[in-house]
Each structure stands twice: as structure tokens, then as C-alpha cells.
Ligand binder design. Structure first.
Ligand code: IMP
Ligand code: MG
Length: 171
């Protein structure tokens, strides 16, 4: 495993991201939507840095089927348990690659008439976009490599690593 973003760098970046989010959402009791499963660790670290009332929700979507490339065909596997009409909503994503998953999610949530809808993503592969869903807050721009750790998996493995890494060929 080659370490791309060390544990300390991740934590420092989440401090950095939390500060504008805390300022922007203070007093609004926002709904933070964690996109399962990859964003679980990021969500857990982010909400601990937001010192006001908020709600957390979870959504699961499948974008790829069996292939490792986004097809643009997205299915909701698990939906919200709350009505977001009139609420300030922040989608919490692990990584935006082609952008297709987030574009679909954004469209589907906008149709439910939230008061506002923004996204924070920990990682972004900007060079790979085929859709531009627009992220209000971005942690790291990373090169086009398949990364794992800190919630991200390869065949359900590596989610528990405290850093972001790249799997080397011999592993
Ligand atoms: P998109 O629709 O291409 O933007 O795909 C986004 C989703 O693909 C993410 O939420 C991840 O679940 C997955 N994904 C994309 N790139 C990676 C990666 O490098 N490692 C692990 N999962 C990834
Ligand atoms: Mg994801």
C-alpha cells in the first residue's frame, strides 16, 4: 500500500473544511446526508467538528453494477428516513469521480424541495468528470488513481484504514 494522504493530513483537512461549514450552517439545524458506505468515516469526523444542532441521515446508491466505471445508471438502495422539504441539506460524499452519482443524487434530492442543497466531498478526481454536479466544499483534488482507505474500499476491503492509499500491483 502506498500512502497518498496520511492520517494527520486528513484530520487537518477536515478541520479546514469544518470551519466554513460551521459558519454557513450555524443556527439552521441542517440535515447532513452521508452517502453509504464510503463517506461514513468522513461524516463521523466532520459532525464532531460542528458545534450546533444538526441531523444525520444515510442514503445508499449503486452506480456501477459490476463494472468499475460509472454507467450513469444510479439506483437508490436505501432512502432517507426524513422529509427534507424546506430543510438545509448538505450531502457528505467520500469521492467524486465522473460526477454521475452525485449529479443523480442532487437531482433526486432537489425534487424534494429542500431550502438549500450543497455537497461536501473529501476527495475529487477533477480530471475524470463527465458530469459537473458542483461541490460547494472539496477536501483534496487527487490524481486519477484508484484509492482506498478511510471508508473507501476495493471489493469491500480497506475501509478501516485511517489514511488514503493506493493499492500496489503486488498486493
Ligand atoms: P462517480 O459517479 O464516477 O462520481 O462515482 C463516485 C463513486 O464511485 C464514489 O462515491 C465511490 O463510491 C466510487 N469511487 C470512485 N472512485 C473511487 C476510488 O478511487 N476508490 C474507491 N471508490 C471510488
Ligand atoms: Mg460514494
Amino acid at each position: 500500500m502506498r500512502v497518498l494522504i496520511a492520517k494527520e493530513e486528513l484530520q487537518a483537512k477536515i478541520d479546514e473544511l469544518a470551519s466554513p461549514i460551521a459558519a454557513d450552517y450555524e443556527g439552521t439545524r441542517p440535515v447532513l446526508i452521508c452517502v453509504l458506505k464510503g463517506a461514513v468515516l468522513f461524516m463521523a469526523d466532520l459532525v464532531r467538528r460542528l458545534p450546533f444542532d444538526l441531523e444525520i441521515e444515510f442514503m445508499a446508491v449503486s452506480s456501477y453494477g459490476q463494472s468499475s466505471e460509472s454507467s450513469g445508471v444510479v439506483r437508490i438502495l436505501k432512502d432517507l428516513e426524513t422529509d427534507i422539504e424546506g430543510r438545509h441539506v448538505l450531502i457528505v460524499e467520500d469521492i467524486v469521480d465522473s460526477g454521475l452519482t452525485l449529479q443523480y443524487l442532487t437531482r433526486s434530492l432537489k425534487a424534494r424541495n429542500p431550502a438549500s442543497l450543497e455537497t461536501v466531498t473529501l476527495l475529487s478526481k477533477a480530471g475524470r468528470r463527465t458530469a459537473e454536479p458542483g461541490c460547494r466544499y472539496t477536501g483534496f483534488e487527487i490524481p486519477n488513481e484508484f484509492v482506498v482507505g478511510y471508508g473507501l474500499d476495493y471489493a469491500e476491503k480497506y475501509r478501516n484504514l485511517p489514511y488514503i492509499g493506493v493499492v500496489e500491483d503486488s498486493e
